[in-house]
Write a protein that binds this ligand. Structure first.
Ligand code: 4NP
Length: 164
């Protein structure tokens, strides 16, 4: 049985990538793909290793039924490029940081989350990045959730042929 391993990546691993992980886990469960797609998240920075997701991210996610409370921050490392089939970044700075430490043979594994939003999506089509909500207000966390929900739906659709 084919399986796919995905790591979502942001800067701190306390706001965007844990949110993407929580949303994706929920959608994978709904799609009955929990045994086929494994997911994780990590940060390119090292400030929040071992930390729970930001309270604001946890609160916004919980309002939509996603429980992020068990997640803990970790930093991406060289072994992750072997372990995962896809490393899905939130913004261009994350992509650049990943490319700096990625073995050349694994570069194709690095993608942007918003690439997976279907082109027919009226709200997010053409949007390149999931903006960092850390220094902003509550609306930023809602936007991260909206973007993750749209992109993860497209991601699961894109993965279906690879799992066949
Ligand atoms: P994230 O947000 O990359 O979505 O987890 C951030 C979290 C922490 C910091 C920056 C962004 N920070 O500067 O500590």
């Amino acid at each position: 049985m084919k399986t796919i391993a995905i790591c979502f990546v942001c800067l701190g691993n306390i706001c965007r990538s844990p949110t993407a992980e929580g949303v994706m886990r929920h959608q994978i469960g709904e799609a009955k793909l929990a045994e086929r797609i494994s997911i994780d998240s990590a940060g390119t920075g090292n400030w929040h290793i071992g930390a729970a997701p930001d309270e604001r991210a946890q609160h916004a996610a919980a309002q939509r039924g996603y429980d992020l409370s068990g997640l803990r921050g970790r930093q991406i490392g060289a072994p992750d490029f072997e372990r995962f089939d896809l490393l899905i970044a939130m913004d261009d700075a994350n992509v650049a940081a990943l490319q700096r430490i990625c073995p050349p043979a694994q570069r194709d594994k690095i993608r942007l989350l918003m690439e997976f939003v279907p082109s027919t999506d009226g709200r997010w089509a053409g949007e390149r990045e999931v903006a960092d909500p850390y220094f902003g207000g509550a609306a930023g966390f809602e936007q991260v959730l909206d973007q993750c929900e749209a992109a993860c739906r497209g991601l699961i659709a894109a993965l279906h042929p690879q799992l066949a």
